[in-house]
Design a binder for this molecule. Sequence first.
Ligand SMILES: Nc1nc2c(ncn2[C@@H]2O[C@H](COP(=O)(O)OP(=O)(O)OP(=O)(O)O)[C@@H](O)[C@H]2O)c(=O)[nH]1
Ligand SMILES: [Mg+2]
Ligand SMILES: [Zn+2]
Length: 378
Amino acid sequence: MKPLYLPADQPRKIRLDLRKNRAPSARKNDFTRTTGEELDHLPSGQRISGKGSQTRRRTVIGEVDESGNVVREIDLTRCRPGRVLRAVGATQCQVYDLETHQVVSCTVRRLLRTLSSDERTAVVTGDRVYYEPVDETQGVIERIEPRTGVLTRSHQRREHVIVANVSQIVIVVSLSQPHLKPALIDRFLISAAKGGVAAIICLNKCDLVNLVEFQPIIGLYSQLGYPVIPTSTVDGTGLERLRHLLKDEQSVMTGQSGVGKSTLLNAVDPHWKLKTGAVSDWTHKGKHTTRYAQLLELSTGGWVVDTPGIRQFDLWNVEPGEVEGYFREFRPLVPLCKFASCLHLEEAGCAVRGAVEQGLITRLRYESYGRLVTGDDS
Ligand SMILES: Nc1nc2c(ncn2[C@@H]2O[C@H](COP(=O)(O)OP(=O)(O)OP(=O)(O)O)[C@@H](O)[C@H]2O)c(=O)[nH]1
Ligand SMILES: [Mg+2]
Ligand SMILES: [Zn+2]
């Protein structure tokens, strides 16, 4: 299946500059190979809207297949650049027009939908797109830019891209109600590394616990090089640091339902007024208050996505033998194992297990590793 978006390292599209009043032979020479990245730097405004002396110029994006045949042409003079604020259902989304700053309801061009039939949705929150306006409030998405920095999970044996074009993920866990699940932190850390994004760990609701008891966890992840921020929306702990870390970045808040993602964002920027929900008294679980991943613009610069709480976070496309590479503290030991194929479970002469026995690797992380490799979720 042809990917819906073009990987940035494979220039498979060409930009055609058509000058209507020139000799047709000039057209061919104007074929310029571009990568998807260059589209971001297209001068906005005149070229897109076609004003003044630029009106004779028509910029067309042609997508080419492996043999160089143009399979589809998009006339960019009719399109406007935007960012997907929220994907609703499989083909509907809200797009923020990057020039007019208006929000437009868009559908997705049929061809793009077909190409994405093996994904859950054609567009995802955070996508950079070109859309053709139908009227002032509606449009049709013609192009989705190559995605960088994605948060994905495996859902019903398919890849589910939760959000695209982020630079960091903020893993929000709560220290109480719902109680902390360190193994979930490890899954998110792997997903971040796999998606090419940095990770921050936010330990929320620290007003409900004695933080001293959580020093081992704070120390563990800090030592591994991840920023760890204890926060509380009740007493304000850590909020200034969180604001600072979000400023000018493209972030996504992720974690279980009820851990306080939306409440934290409301504390960061009160004008968002995101809906928040109480945690159930007896299960201490959240009630899935946030229904869609939603992109929000920070008044200090940058963007952040609030996401719905995830019930089950399964990794997409991670092989058992790959997991060790995502456990930073294992890496220096892996070459010392007796067998090159060692999965660090039962094998003889395993340096990783030796390190666990000597207390150099925490049992918590080792057990979390074991569950990921064996696929035992319990
Ligand atoms: N004690 C305490 N409660 C908090 C804190 N942060 C959030 N809460 C409460 O936790 C509950 C859930 O908060 P939400 O912000 O709705 O949680 P969420 O992570 O957005 O949940 P979903 O949208 O369902 O994924 C609310 O009742 C909040 O008031 C905190 O720092 N301390
Ligand atoms: Mg929420
Ligand atoms: Zn080993």
